[in-house]
Structures are given as C-alpha cells and as structure tokens.
Design a binder for this molecule. Structure first.
Ligand code: NAD
Length: 284
C-alpha cells in the first residue's frame, strides 16, 4: 500500500476495534505496513477476518477477532487471544463507532406544523433507546476496550491509545444530536485519559475525521435512486473549504504521526481534525 511516510512499529502489537469497517480496515493495514502485528476486532467477525486476511496478503501478521466493544467479557476473550497469538497490545485504535436512525431527526430545524406531520421524526420523537445505542457504541465502546487493553500496556514503555472522534464533537451537525454528543464525549474522554494515564507513560490522542464517504453515512450522503450527492452531501462539500470529501488514505499520515513515539512523544490529549478545513470555516 502507498504510505505518506514510514515509522518503526516492528515488534509492536496494534489492536484496531471496528477494523472490519471502511476507515479502520485501511488504518489497520497502514499500521501493519509499518511493521505492527494487528489484532482486528469487529462485531462482524467475517469483516474482521477479511481485513486480517488482506493484511496477511501484504506479508504482515494479523488475526481477525469477533468482539463486541460493548461487552466486557467479549473484549477480555479477545484480549486473551491477542496476548497469546501476537503478544501484549502496544497501540489501541478505538475505531468502532457510528450513528443510528433512531437518534436522528428528519429535519434540520423545528418549524410550525411539524408536530402534526406524522411522517417526520421530530426532536420529540427521538427514541431514548436509539440515543442510548449511539452513546453506548461511541463512548462506552471506547471506554470498555480501553479498560481491557490498557492492562496489557501498564508497566511497559511506548504504548498509546488513539480514539476516533468526529467534526460533530467540535460543532454539532444538524439532525444527529446523539452522535454529536457521543463524539463530544469521546473527545473529552481522550483528554481525561491522557491526564489519568500520564504517569504510566501511556499517551492518549484522537483523530477527528471530517467527511469521508463510507457505509455508515452512505444513505445520508448518496441518493439511492440517482447515485448523486444528496442535498446534505452538497452542503457538506460547500462547507468544506477544500471542496470535497476526504479519502480514507488521507487519515494515515495523522495516524502514523500519533502512533510514532519519535514523531509525537510529547503530544498527549489532543484531538486532531483531518477535515479539509471544515472546522476552521465559519461559512462566511
Ligand atoms: P463503518 O461503519 O464502515 O465501520 C464501523 C465498524 O464498527 C463496522 O465494521 C462495524 O461492524 C463495527 N462495529 C459496530 N458496532 C460494533 C461493536 N459493538 N463492537 C465492535 N465493532 C462494532 O464506519 P467508518 O465510517 O469506517 O467509521 C469508523 C469510525 O470513524 C467510527 O468511529 C465513526 O464514527 C468515525 N467517523 C467516520 C466518519 C466518516 O465520514 N465516515 C467521520 C468521522 C468519524
């Protein structure tokens, strides 16, 4: 695979949750291409194994593990397998995350008459279960793997954690209050963890991707009938000064910089936007 630069991850073990997904499959492969052995964890065991197999085809070492980031027992079983087959985890990339339609409103703003239109999901129709699902997946789904895998890092040097936040953490996007709040919690938790584990020598940082077309947002951004950008996708591109969506390979450089002790050894508790200047632009 094409890398922006190389770092030395030889003899390191990286665990990537959500590694069967679009962004994290690519990020896992990038870590492998720099020498790390990879534990690819995903709720979808087949997807985890697919990513692991692709990494092995590159000549690197990887195992696919079916694991649920919301179940401690499932994570402990995964951690045991990683330890036995690859060695203790040096780098945890908390990539599992996403939104849910039940935590999403139909319209951007509330307007008179909305309450009478039963076809709409208004703010008042948001399902607490849907909101809870999104909060759990993104926040607890970062906290629980950290609780489990950080135990393999304690007492060793050069270990770090990289979380995946979002633009929504800086400024909430319309329609998706649950996802925005949950990713804000991930950014905040990144800072908290960085401070809490400072004396243990474990760095904790996050990447906040801007907008990348993937399976999780495909329905919101691509019109199923025409295959063209939806109004929302057009709005995102208009609000991105660089005028386009990001490509997953454009996250690799930031990941490698944060993963490299030599490159970012004094960088701790930051959330790095990779967003084509979306978060810098006020829209005027
Ligand atoms: P994706 O849906 O392709 O990947 C997410 C993966 O997480 C899937 O393989 C899914 O099976 C897995 N997963 C879901 N629930 C899980 C669970 N309980 N336990 C273990 N694995 C589980 O999404 P993606 O776009 O590649 O997103 C990866 C990360 O990046 C997510 O945290 C997402 O919120 C974040 N993100 C994405 C974008 C974007 O534009 N795509 C922007 C900002 C942040």
């Amino acid at each position: 695979m094409k890398l922006p630069f190389k770092i030395d991850l030889n003899n390191k073990v990286a665990v990537v949750t959500g590694g069967g997904g679009v962004l994290c499959a690519e990020l896992a492969a990038a870590l492998a291409a720099n020498g790390a052995k990879i534990g690819v964890l995903d709720l979808n065991g087949d997807a985890a194994e697919k990513t692991a197999a692709q990494i092995r085809e590159l000549g690197a070492t990887a195992i696919g593990v079916s694991a649920n980031v919301l179940e401690r027992a499932s994570l402990e079983a995964a951690a045991e397998r990683v330890l036995k087959e690859l060695g203790p985890c040096d780098l945890l990339l908390n990539g599992a995350g996403g939104n849910h339609p039940k935590g999403t409103t139909t319209k951007e703003w509330y307007e008179d008459g909305d309450l009478d239109d039963k076809s709409l999901t208004t703010f008042f129709d948001l399902d607490p279960k849907g909101v809870e699902f999104v909060f759990n997946l993104n926040f607890l789904g970062t906290l629980l793997p950290t609780q489990v895998f950080i135990q393999q890092m304690l007492g060793r040097s050069g270990c770090s954690i990289i979380n995946i936040s979002s633009m929504n953490a800086f400024c909430p996007l319309t329609k998706i209050p649950a996802y925005s709040g949950a990713k804000a919690a991930v950014s905040n938790f990144t800072q908290w963890l960085a401070v809490h584990f400072c004396k243990a020598g474990i760095r904790v940082n996050a990447i906040a991707p801007g907008f990348f077309l993937t399976a999780q947002n495909h329905k919101l951004l691509i019109d199923e009938k025409t295959g063209e950008f939806t109004a929302r996708a057009k709005k995102i591109v208009e609000h991105t000064p660089m005028g386009r969506f990001g490509e997953s390979r454009e996250l690799i450089g930031t990941l490698l910089w944060l993963a490299s002790e030599e490159g970012s050894g004094f960088v701790n508790g930051v959330v790095v936007p990779v967003d084509g200047a979306f978060s810098a632009y006020a829209g005027v």
